[in-house]
Design a protein around this ligand. Structure first.
Ligand SMILES: [Zn+2]
Length: 467
């Protein structure tokens, strides 16, 4: 007698399991929030009976995609920043500061809607503004997405004496132990609260803004706190030249070297960006078991270096892909990573396998899950794991025939090819429509907020917007 299941999902199954099986004419059975069978469609149908079926002929089924770095409060800034580089401190940060709780709610729902629609079932959110934390967490719970949500503010102010100013000035910093105590207490309460209230879908993490705004004491205290609560620490690091110069001028060493010196690196540390990372620092990350969140589009958006992803992965560093708000579509981000690392590493050495399409998918699924320390639950289609599943409609001349389904997705798919999305067994996208968001109402709100932000940010651009 076949066992009963809630749902069968049929198609070409890209499992991303340890054997990297791709099963043509396969099926996944889902019961409750779990995957209960994966295999040939005939076998799964024989072992499991369900009233409802998703997918079918010319459908590609893959694990829910995992975005390792995002700021949901910045979802409506992206075009104010476009082609006006570098822009983080001039455009993104002032935008966040101009937003109230309601704005953060609109922005978060907007970003989540883009992500779910494109098959992203897990987002790593790094919130930088205290009053945005609650609305973003609410939006996560309401929309049904899975979220590794990191909170935490800085406790250090620092000043970089620029190259020219160093004739008579030095870089400096000042720490604020009171702010550290207060923020650690807030973080501890956050970890305790969301470990239960998040229903296993919103997992709380710790955020350290970066070395320019975090003390050594903070890095060591958050490392301990993360171990106590079995979570991770996310930190923006080695992102731009000013940061490297500041840390070098204060400590005589580079950012990752400094964290290594003070003993702040471990396997709970997720380095965000790490673009300007040396081979010495890559070795330190690898030895500590630390991971990297790589958002390739941001390498160009802030005119920094191309992250040495191939060297990192070769050294044993786990690297996950991130959208970082700019393009909330991991199919496009995978393609950008494939082209970027093929060009920067593969082409100069005539090495077509320096960075493969499978590497790109690995970094958007199972390695992203590892980077977030969540791979026991998500990142692959395996029995016992959470039912986070994406169905791509390949009933078109772009995606069919697919002789190499992984390569086909990386080279040719876009987010809107996604037909259905499940998170923890719940169907949140069907027929290409996000079921948990009132999109027409959201568009009106987003336009209102976009206009408000435009008034704040338009004049801050180097080049006027072409309106
Ligand atoms: Zn960021």
């Amino acid at each position: 007698m076949p066992e009963s299941a809630d749902l069968l999902i049929e198609g070409t199954i890209i499992t991303m399991d340890p054997g990297r099986r791709v099963i043509r004419d396969g099926a996944v059975a889902v019961q409750g929030d779990r995957i209960v069978a994966v295999g040939a469609a005939d076998d799964v149908r024989a072992s499991h009976e369900a009233e409802r079926t998703l997918g079918g002929k010319r459908r590609i089924v893959l694990p829910g995609l995992i975005d390792c770095h995002n700021h949901l409060a910045q979802a409506l800034v992206r075009e104010y920043a476009l082609e006006d580089y570098p822009n983080i401190y001039r455009v993104y940060i002032p935008c966040e500061m101009a937003m109230d709780r309601h704005d953060a709610d609109v922005s978060a729902r907007f970003g989540i809607s883009q992500l779910l629609r494109a098959g992203v079932t897990t987002v790593a959110e790094t919130t930088c503004t205290l009053e945005h934390e609650e609305p973003i967490a609410r939006a996560v719970m309401d929309t049904g997405i899975r979220c590794a949500m990191a909170r935490g503010l800085g406790d250090r102010t620092s000043r970089l004496a620029s190259n020219y100013a160093q004739i008579d000035e030095r870089s400096s910093f000042e720490d604020n132990p009171g702010a550290l105590r207060e923020d650690l207490a807030t973080t501890e309460a956050w970890l305790a609260r969301w470990s239960s209230e998040g229903e296993g879908r919103l997992r709380p993490y710790i955020h350290n803004l970066g070395l320019p705004s975090c003390s050594d004491e903070r890095f060591l205290a958050t490392k301990e706190l993360a171990a106590e609560h079995d979570t991770g620490v996310m930190c923006h690091i080695s992102r731009d030249r000013e940061e490297i110069e500041l840390i070098f001028s204060l400590f005589g060493e580079r950012p990752i070297e400094h964290l290594n010196t003070i003993g702040a690196l471990d396997d709970r540390f997720l380095a965000i960006h790490a673009m300007l990372t040396t081979d010495r620092e890559i070795r330190m990350l690898a030895e500590a078991g630390a991971a990297v969140a790589h958002a390739p589009i941001v390498c160009t958006d802030i005119v920094s270096a191309v992250t040495k992803v191939v060297s990192m992965r070769t050294a044993g560093v786990t690297v996950g892909l991130g959208c970082d708000t700019v393009i909330n579509d991991l199919f496009k981000v995978m393609r950008i990573a494939f082209v970027m690392h093929g060009q920067s590493t593969g082409i100069p050495l005539y090495d077509p396998l320096a960075f493969s399409t499978e590497d790109a998918v690995t970094m958007a699924t199972i390695d992203a899950a590892r980077a977030l320390r969540w791979d026991h639950e998500i990142g692959s289609l395996e029995v016992g794991k959470a039912a986070d599943v994406v169905v791509v409609d390949a009933e078109n001349t772009r995606l069919t025939p697919a002789y190499h389904p992984v390569g086909t997705l990386v080279r040719y798919a876009v987010g809107t090819d996604v037909e259905s999305v499940l998170v923890a067994g719940r169907v949140v996208v069907e027929g290409g429509r996000v079921l948990t968001v009132d999109e027409p109402a959201l568009l009106d709100e987003a336009e209102r907020l976009g206009e408000k932000l435009g008034k704040v940010l338009g004049p801050r651009r180097y080049h006027p917007l072409p309106l």
